[in-house]
Design a protein around this ligand. Structure first.
Ligand code: AMP
Ligand code: MG
Length: 344
């Protein structure tokens, strides 16, 4: 699987100066590892960087186990195999499910974690790809309804024959959990990349903003541009991240449209969301992708607490006005800056 975003950390100043985010006594600790089916990197600057990164890595493994759809000890496996009964789960799972339920509503149903049985039919869960028949999809869609997920107290219940997966939001939630640990260790400067989900804590040690590259969905080894961020999550959903080409020569990707049970093909090939919360940005990037171009723009206008960079299937770039000044183009493409008060 390709990384959705490349992180550029060039020009990090190691001179012993007291700067906005750095301190002469800071040490740097970096860790690379594989978790949640993807490559991850944590990099932190601070006196306590080593302990902070070790604790963060352990927390990631803990959340990986909690959110796994295949591990029989996980909360999600228990929920999916409870035959309609309530299951008692961790506070982490409750929190992610609340974010997911809210995003289902805010996206008009486009964000739908109960699509899991349909994803499985396409082979996106195993890599054994196939194109399901129309009737197979129609049958499976009957059990996909996020409004039937009940979250009460510490208990979760889904209807029998339904199943959920948190692939669209778990890494963002995990990024927030990592940020919390880094802050507890008084880390003032850090950059984490959880398989393309980038989250920045503070600024670079030299006091300048972090620079995050946005992958070109038409040429995933290169970038369309970069954004400068401080204390933000930058999370991308793209049609190049997991896909297969069918015998019919068509490309089928891993973000599905709950209306059709087929890959969401509503005018977008890549959605990057920039905001304060990793969980929110992760859920949003998937939601906006499934919604499609104009509904995504309307969603942004209603919200007001995130910025976005959209790439359309025609090769156009659309970005919300709040991020335009921090974006540097690396590829020449038609660009429209979307204004908050613009008529659709
Ligand atoms: P992301 O890379 O964050 O956009 O998440 C993609 C993953 O979300 C997929 O691999 C599926 O596990 C899951 N997914 C696919 N379509 C949807 C959807 N419409 N709503 C919620 N989750 C989805
Ligand atoms: Mg997502």
């Amino acid at each position: 699987m390709r990384k959705a975003i490349s992180v550029i950390m060039s020009g990090i100043c190691m001179m012993p100066l007291l700067t906005a985010c750095g301190n002469p006594a800071d040490t740097v600790k970096s860790a690379d590892f594989f978790a949640m089916d993807t490559y991850m990197n944590l990099k932190a600057y601070g006196r306590d960087a080593e302990a902070a990164v070790a604790e963060a890595e352990a927390r990631i493994y803990e959340l990986e186990q909690t959110f796994s759809v295949t591990d029989e000890a996980s909360d999600i496996w228990q929920i999916n195999h409870a035959a309609g009964e309530a299951v008692s789960v961790s506070a982490d799972t409750i929190s992610v499910l609340q974010t997911a339920r809210q995003m289902h509503t805010e996206s008009g149903g486009a964000f739908c974690i109960s699509l899991y049985p349909v994803l499985r039919a396409w082979g996106f869960t195993t890599g054994e790809y196939r194109i399901p028949t129309d009737s197979e999809i129609a049958n499976l869609l009957q059990n996909c309804d996020d409004t039937k997920i009940s979250v009460q107290g510490g208990g979760v219940r889904i209807p029998e024959h339904s199943a959920i997966d948190l692939g669209a939001v778990a890494k963002g939630y995990t990024g927030d959990a990592v940020m919390e640990i880094l802050r507890e260790h008084h880390i003032s400067s850090a950059m984490i990349n959880l398989g393309g989900n980038v989250q920045a804590l503070g600024c670079k040690p030299d006091g300048s903003a972090w620079t995050v590259g946005i992958t070109d969905p038409f040429a995933p080894d290169s970038m369309i541009g970069t954004v400068r961020v401080t204390d933000k999550a930058v999370i991308t959903s793209g049609n190049y991240e997991r896909y297969f080409t069918g015998d019919d020569g068509q490309k089928y990707w891993h973000i599905l449209d709950p209306e059709t049970g087929c890959p969401a093909d509503n005018g977008l090939v890549s959605v990057t969301v920039i905001g304060d919360s990793g969980a929110q940005c992760d859920a949003l990037s998937t939601a906006l992708f499934a919604e499609g171009t104009e509904p995504a723009v309307q969603h942004w206008r209603r919200s007001g607490d995130f910025e976005m960079i959209l790439v359309t299937s025609d090769g156009d770039l659309l970005m919300s006005e709040g991020i335009a000044a921090d974006y540097t183009a690396k590829k020449d493409m038609p660009c429209r800056v979307v204004q908050r008060d613009e008529k659709p």
